[in-house]
Write a protein that binds this ligand. Structure first.
Ligand code: NAD
Ligand code: IPM
Ligand code: MN
Length: 365
């Protein structure tokens, strides 16, 4: 049988709670599909800082590089918030993304019929939304130089960062986005701030150039402020969105609320080769950590993306996706997606119900 090594990075806060659920789901689906997983759990983020003094130990990065796929929970927390830059959990995450060269971050936002009522938008606005944010992940203002702290001519303290994109970075993310749009509804909206920023002017120019390779995909451009507004005005106008690192970060959190909760949204980060990195788009949720309240479905769905995009195990991926739908059909809800009359459960119980759904040992609703 096929055997895969998966590096698990539980991280901080709710990270270990949601990873435990996703690991069990992968384990069960593997036994049903004749796949074998070797899980290797490694420290990352605040947990790694406490253990080793750095947020991404060399052993963690090399284990990640040597595996077939990486599944991350979340990192960060109050305890480390005032650490120096190089000792922040978030810096470890950026080092991991850069180290794995995963420049393309796919963040799907789908309004499931079961969760239309959990959306903060009106039913007729939310229902049927199915969009994909393709976020550039290893460039832009997150990595641009110069950056740092200094003093200005008045002797005042300043902090500064640089939004910078080279044409090859834009070209490769644009190609991923066009390919993604091609497998969806062939509509791509490139989001930028080309009315103000030079990095966005180049972005728009290169995306238009790459578009010539994809005459079958309808390309549009939108300024990011308008895009933020359009996402809540009429999200169904979007199919695939491609944007830079920071705009993609912000717009995907916004898109998550259309679907009901940030606790539902998975992601896949892919490079030209090597293992992909799979993680929910949410953070470590320190406000609910350790209380068994987290919604594990974003991580379970990230495990499904791992199977599909990372390992090419479509059938196993579909099995997990179907199990999530069936668990929702059977009325189970964590607090973030709860509405009256349904069954309020914690993270663990949600995980147990997902396992029952994968097993097919429960009747469909
Ligand atoms: P967050 O996503 O952790 O939480 C925002 C809000 O959403 C909180 O109220 C939280 O309780 C809720 N929430 C998030 N995930 C949930 C889930 N699965 N189920 C139910 N509710 C959920 O964002 P934040 O509060 O801005 O950041 C907290 C920490 O997480 C910070 O240290 C931040 O840097 C870090 N962070 C890490 C990642 C990551 O690891 N990829 C992503 C975002 C933020
Ligand atoms: C995310 C997070 C990260 C980001 C942080 C924690 C570095 O917000 O994965 O969306 O900004 O990319
Ligand atoms: Mn984010």
């Amino acid at each position: 049988s096929k055997s895969y090594t998966v590096t698990l990075l539980p991280g901080d806060g709710i990270g270990p709670e949601v990873i435990s659920v996703a690991k069990n789901a992968l384990h069960l689906v593997a036994s049903l599909e004749g796949i074998e997983f070797k899980f290797k759990e490694m420290p990352m983020g605040g947990a790694a800082l406490d253990l080793t003094g750095v947020p991404l130990p060399e052993e963690t990065l090399s284990a990640a590089k040597d595996s077939d796929a990486v599944l991350l929970g979340a990192i960060g927390g109050y305890k480390w918030d005032n650490n120096e830059k190089h000792l922040k959990p978030e810096t470890g995450l950026l080092q991991l993304r850069a180290g794995l060269k995963v420049f393309a971050n796919l963040r799907p936002a789908t309004v499931l019929p079961q969760l239309v009522d959990a959306s903060t938008l009106k039913k007729e606005v939310a229902e049927g939304v199915d969009l994909m944010v393709v976020r550039e992940l290893t460039g832009g203002i997150y990595f641009g130089k110069p950056r740092g702290f200094s003093t200005n001519e008045n002797g005042e303290e300043i902090g500064f960062n640089t939004e910078v994109y080279a044409s090859h970075e834009i070209d490769r993310i644009a190609r991923v986005a066009f390919e993604t749009a091609r497998r969806r509804h062939r509509k791509l909206c490139s989001v930028d701030k080309a009315n103000v920023l030079e990095a966005s002017m180049l972005w728009r120019k290169r995306v238009m150039e790459i578009a010539l390779e994809y005459p079958d995909v309808e390309l549009s451009h939108m300024y990011v402020d308008n895009a933020a507004m359009q996402l809540v005005r009429n999200p169904k106008q979007f199919d695939t969105i491609v944007t830079n690192n920071i705009f993609g970060d912000i717009l995907s959190d916004e898109a998550s609320m259309i679907t009901g909760s940030i606790g539902m949204l998975p992601s896949a980060s892919l490079g030209e080769s090597g293992p992909g990195l799979f993680e929910p788009i949410h953070g470590s949720a320190p406000d609910i950590a350790g209380q068994d309240k987290a919604n594990p479905l974003a991580t379970v769905l990230s495990a499904a993306m791992l199977l599909k995009y990372g390992l090419g195990e479509e059938k196993a991926a579909q099995r997990i996706e179907a199990a999530v739908l069936s668990t929702l059909d059977r009325g189970y809800r964590t607090g973030d997606i709860y509405s009256a009359g349904l069954k309020l459960v914690g993270c663990k119980e949600m995980g147990e119900e997902v396992l029952k759904s994968i097993d097919g040992k429960v009747a469909a609703a």
